[in-house]
Design a binder for this molecule. Structure first.
Ligand code: SF4
Ligand code: SF4
Length: 127
């Protein structure tokens, strides 16, 4: 897992201070019951799919995947994953039910990272 320079801190996520722009994932809103064994991490080579992220619609958790605009290169941006919301379901890297997401991210920018590896880099998750 490569580190990204502008990834928010765990404290910012926990405090709800991370600004999440559309497109964002839709779905379940209940707090996860336990920490997952793996979580999705978006690498810096995410292109944002030129403003139409192919991955976001497959995430079943509300506000888990969200848009981060590139301040230096509008209207471009990228997707990030909230590590406190991701349930490690892998749907963002899997074949979609309608065949539209056959190989997962076209740029291989989504990595499913063991939680221990993520926490060693970004700090322990509170839940
Ligand atoms: S993670 Fe991949 S599929 Fe998702 S927006 Fe970035 S480049 Fe597109
Ligand atoms: S692993 Fe599942 S919950 Fe996590 S970002 Fe991907 S689709 Fe969303």
């Amino acid at each position: 897992m490569a580190t990204t320079t502008d990834f928010p801190s765990i404290e910012e996520f926990a405090a709800g201070k991370v600004v999440k722009q559309e497109p964002k994932s839709d779905g379940q809103t209940s707090k996860r019951k336990r920490k997952p064994h793996i979580i999705a991490f978006i690498e810096e080579n995410c292109t944002g799919c030129a403003g139409s992220p192919a991955c976001v619609e497959y995430c079943p958790v509300e506000d888990c995947m969200y848009w981060v605009p590139d301040a230096d290169h509008p209207p471009f941006g990228r997707i990030e994953v909230d590590p406190l919301l991701c349930i490690g379901c892998k749907l963002c890297t899997s074949k979609g039910p309608d065949g539209m997401f056959l190989e997962g991210c076209p740029w291989d920018a989504i990595e499913l990272v063991p939680l221990a590896e993520f926490e060693a880099t970004y700090g322990a998750l509170p839940y």
